[in-house]
Design a protein around this ligand. Structure first.
Ligand code: SR1
Ligand code: MG
Length: 408
């Protein structure tokens, strides 16, 4: 009999045995079924159900699931992800799934099944309206990051945690896919509409000025161990229903710049915005997204300042408004730069988004890509200015309005 005391990559039948004999979550005589439901690039995700109740099991494989580059990844990433999710659950119980078990031998964890939730990316593509997105997402980013940062934790535990959450392989993926590939295509996995070849060649592959800015942002990503960040906070990592968002998929978590999470989420709302602008042309929905994105930035700033004022006890910075303003500004500069990079890498690179991939009409898809590339470049270029100003979405609309498709 398999005892699950030595790691192997499970199939559905093994997961059934694991849940029956090892986890003992369901009653012995329950008729349970198991289905692999993962659509991510990295891990294997199973739903196990007795027809009434169900749970989710996530197991790490030795390799990534997708990409011809076939990376070998550290197996500890599974336990690290479960620990980060547990941390999210401790500080924000409504905004993270409950962890049921962590198995460091089988490199898996089991969590609650968010049955009546939808993936946020799919919900936004369908044009669903939720009124809690901006409040809950900013609660999540501000609370989950700042609570682990300097001035909020004691000096020893911050440094111990920086070491504990070192995440070499997953950070390397981001260093390559987010910061390098849009400009150098070393993996030769970039793809986009053919008519954009000249534009990408000139504005990305040969653009030394933009490459310098991307290098500065990469350096910040590699060296600024500011706080525990999610590291891949896109709308496919978030579940949603009428009451809550639930943040998942934090295998990329490590101590990095806070602006990385904020910038990634803004970029992924921009994908939905540009998609609706070009595909459904639903003005009501683009207005909704316009407000959500500007609110995310506004609420992030307010909550960040409030938490800093009320919750730090470090005499060096407490009540020092100039310092708080300086810190927030640095976070925002990074966020707008990362927003631009996330847009560029998902438009040109191997890890695409449904807002582009699902568009079959060639001209519409080309237009979406062209708009996104322009937005990405401008966000990186003008990130310092954007950090100081309000009205980010007005800036985005100006870019869209200026675009001349005849110039491609
Ligand atoms: C090889 S992994 C590709 C991408 O999928 C993940 O969700 C991350 O965004 C990563 O960059
Ligand atoms: Mg993921």
């Amino acid at each position: 009999m398999v005892r699950f005391n030595e790691y192997f990559l499970m199939e559905e039948k093994d997961v059934l045995l694991y849940v029956k004999n090892k986890l003992k979550y369901f009653k012995q005589d329950d008729n349970i079924s198991c289905k692999e439901i993962g659509d991510g690039n990295i891990n294997y995700v199973y739903r196990i159900s007795n027809g009434k109740d169900s749970i989710i099991l996530k197991q790490a494989g030795v390799h990534t699931r997708s990409n011809s580059s076939g990376r070998i990844l550290d197996m500890n990433r599974n336990a690290r992800e479960a620990q980060v999710l547990s941390y999210y659950g401790d500080i924000l119980p409504d905004l993270a799934p409950k962890i049921i078990c962590i198995d460091k031998v089988m490199n898996l964890f089991v969590m609650e099944d968010l049955k009546n939730y939808t993936i946020l990316r799919d919900a936004l593509i369908k044009g669903q309206i939720y009124h809690h997105l901006q409040e809950q997402l900013t609660d999540f980013i501000v609370e989950s990051t700042l609570s682990t940062a300097d001035f909020f934790t004691d000096a020893f535990s911050k440094k111990d945690n920086v070491a504990k959450y070192i995440n070499k392989e997953l950070c390397k993926i981001s260093e390559e896919l987010v910061f390098r590939e849009p400009f150098f295509n070393l993996l030769n996995e970039n793809s986009f509409s053919e008519s954009l070849n000249k534009f990408v060649e000139e504005k990305l592959y040969k653009n030394k000025t933009l490459q310098l800015e991307a290098a500065k942002l990469k350096y910040e990503f590699m060296n600024n161990a500011q706080a525990l960040i999610h590291g891949d906070l896109h709308t496919g990592s978030i579940f949603v229903n009428d009451d809550y968002v639930k943040v998942m998929d934090c295998e990329f978590a490590f101590y990095g710049p806070i602006g990385y999470d904020l910038g990634t989420i803004i970029a992924n709302f921009i994908f939905a915005y540009v998609y609706h602008f070009n595909v459904t042309n639903d003005k009501n929905y683009t207005s909704f997204l316009f407000v959500v994105i500007d609110d995310i930035i506004r609420l992030f700033k307010n909550k960040f300042i409030t938490k800093f004022i009320h919750e730090t006890n470090d005499i060096s910075v407490k009540n020092n408004e100039d310092f708080i303003e300086f810190y927030l500004l640095e976070v925002l500069k990074t966020a707008f730069g990362i927003c631009g990079l996330e847009i560029l890498r998902r438009t040109t690179g191997c890890a695409k988004v449904k807002e582009i991939e699902s568009v079959n009409d060639k001209e519409t898809r080309r237009n979406i890509e062209y708009i996104l590339l322009n937005i990405g470049i401008e966000c990186i270029t003008y990130r310092d200015k954007l950090a100081e100003e309000e009205k980010f979405m007005k800036f985005i609309d100006n870019i869209i309005q200026k675009i001349d498709f005849d110039n491609i």
